[in-house]
Design a binder for this molecule. Structure first.
Ligand SMILES: *Cc1c(COP(=O)(O)O)cnc(C)c1O
Length: 392
C-alpha cells in the first residue's frame, strides 16, 4: 500500500494531507507483527497525544479504532476529555498530570488515569469519593527511565494504598505499567534491567492482592524489537503513523507514512551564476539555474536547521533547498528543468519512488522523525483523505 495524495485542494498554498487508510494499515500491521512473536498477541493501544503526533487526534483515533485498536493513549486529561467529547467510546488511558488536575472530569467520562505517586492516588481516590463513583486507575512504576512513575522504593506503599482504596470502593486498579528508556537500542543493557524491575514490581502487585487487567511496558520500538516486554498490551505511537521507531535497527516493517506535506510553487525564476540566495546569502549559484519558491517555512513548523540541507520532491526528482529556510518560504534548486508556478512540491510523504520522507528531514537536521511530524502545523491546512474510500 503506498497511496499518493491528490494535488492540493483548489487554492491551498501548502497543506498537510493525512491518509487514514495508512493509519488503519499500520495499526493492523503492528498487530500482525506483535502476534507473530506471541500467538495470542497483546492488546493494542494506539497513542494519539500531541494531536496525534500532528496528524489529527480525533481522526487518527477513529481510524485506529476501525482497525481494531483496543485502547487509545494520550498524555493529558485534557486530551482524553477531548476524545470523549469527540465521541470516542472505547478504553482511554492518560498519564500526565499536575496537582489539582481535574480528575473528576476524567472519572465521570470513564477514562483510565495514571497514578505515579501516593499523592496522585489520593487525589484520584478523593475525586471518585466525592462523585460517589469508582475511578479506574493504573499504577506506573519507574523502572529506570527516571521520568514519571513511582520508584521501586515507594512501590510497596503505593500498591498497598491502592489496594486499600480499591477495598474502600474508590478506585479499581486496571493496569500496571512502565516506559522504556532505550527501546530503540535493543542491545542497550538498560532494557534487560528495566524488564527485570518491571517483573519484580509485578510480583509485588500480586503479593498485594491487586488484579490488574493490563500490564504494559512496550512503546513502538519495543513492540517490534522485544517481544519479551509485550505483556498484555503494547503502546504504539510513532509506528502507527508509519514512521520507523528505530531507524537503522529495524528491518522493513511494512509501515506506510500517513502524513504528506505538500505545497504549490509560488514563483519560478532563473538565477544568474554568482548570485546568492536568501538571508545571509548562505548559498551562491556556481552556474545559472532555475529556482522555485516554496511558500512554507518555520512558521509552518519546518526546522530552520534544514537550510541548505534538506531536499524536497518535485516532478520525479529530489531537489535541494538553497540558502536559509525562512519563516514563510524557502527556495529550491530546479537546475535547468522546466517548472511553472502552481505546480506541486512534496516536502515529505510516503517515500514513494524514492521521494523524501520525514525521516530524511530528521536525519539532515539531527533530530527524530517524531519531532518533524509533531511540529508541522502553524498556518498549514490539514486534510484527511482515505485512499481506500475516496476523500473524507
Ligand atoms: C508517547 C508514548 C508512547 C508511544 O511511544 P512511541 O515511541 O511513539 O511508540 C508510549 N508510552 C508512553 C508513556 C508515551 O509517553
Amino acid at each position: 500500500m503506498s497511496a499518493r495524495p491528490t494535488s492540493p485542494e483548489q487554492g491551498a498554498r501548502a497543506e498537510i494531507v493525512v491518509d487514514l487508510a495508512a493509519i488503519r494499515h499500520n495499526v493492523r500491521r503492528l498487530r500482525e507483527l506483535t502476534r507473530a512473536a506471541d500467538r495470542s498477541g497483546p492488546k493494542m493501544m494506539t497513542v494519539v497525544k500531541a494531536d496525534g503526533y500532528g496528524h489529527g487526534m480525533h481522526e487518527v483515533a477513529r481510524a485506529a479504532r476501525e482497525a481494531g485498536a483496543d485502547w487509545i493513549g494520550v498524555a493529558t486529561i485534557d486530551e482524553a476529555v477531548a476524545l470523549r467529547d469527540g465521541h470516542d467510546r472505547g478504553r482511554v488511558l492518560c498519564w500526565l498530570g499536575v496537582p489539582g488536575e481535574d480528575y473528576a472530569s476524567a472519572i465521570e467520562r470513564d477514562i483510565d488515569v495514571t497514578a505515579s505517586s501516593l499523592d496522585q492516588l489520593r487525589e484520584i481516590a478523593r475525586a471518585a469519593e466525592q462523585q460517589g463513583t469508582t475511578a479506574r486507575v493504573q499504577l506506573k512504576i519507574d523502572t529506570g527511565l527516571s521520568r514519571s512513575g513511582c520508584t521501586s522504593v515507594d512501590w510497596p506503599a503505593l500498591t498497598t494504598a491502592a489496594r486499600d482504596a480499591e477495598q474502600a470502593g474508590h478506585v479499581r486498579v486496571t493496569g500496571i505499567w512502565s516506559h522504556l528508556a532505550c527501546a530503540d537500542e535493543p542491545e542497550h543493557p538498560a532494557n534487560d534491567r528495566q524488564e527485570q524491575v518491571f517483573r519484580d514490581a509485578l510480583a509485588v502487585v500480586e503479593e498485594t492482592g491487586l488484579t490488574p487487567e493490563v500490564r504494559h511496558l512496550a512503546n513502538s520500538a519495543a513492540s517490534v524489537l522485544r517481544p519479551s516486554v509485550h505483556f498484555d498490551m503494547v503502546r504504539c505511537g510513532i509506528a502507527s503513523y508509519g514512521l520507523d521507531p528505530a531507524p537503522g535497527v529495524t528491518e522493513d516493517l511494512g509501515l506506510v507514512p500517513a502524513m504528506t506535506l505538500q505545497a504549490r510553487l509560488s514563483l519560478v525564476k532563473r538565477l544568474a551564476a554568482g548570485e546568492s540566495v536568501s538571508y545571509g546569502h548562505r548559498w551562491t549559484a556556481e552556474q545559472e539555474t532555475t529556482l522555485g519558491l516554496v511558500p512554507a517555512g518555520y512558521g509552518e513548523g519546518l526546522p530552520r536547521a534544514a537550510s541548505n540541507r534538506a531536499e524536497v520532491w518535485f516532478n520525479g526528482k529530489r531537489r535541494p533547498i538553497r540558502g536559509t529556510l525562512c519563516m514563510d518560504q524557502f527556495v529550491i534548486d530546479l537546475g535547468d528543468d522546466h517548472a511553472t508556478p502552481g505546480e506541486v512540491v512534496e516536502l515529505f510523504g510516503t517515500g514513494h519512488d524514492g521521494a523524501v520522507t520525514a525521516q530524511d528531514w530528521a536525519e539532515v537536521v539531527g533530530t527524530i522523525n517524531y519531532e518533524i511530524v509533531t511540529q508541522i502545523g502553524g498556518r498549514l491546512s490539514r486534510r484527511h483523505v482515505d485512499s481506500e474510500a475516496g476523500a473524507s
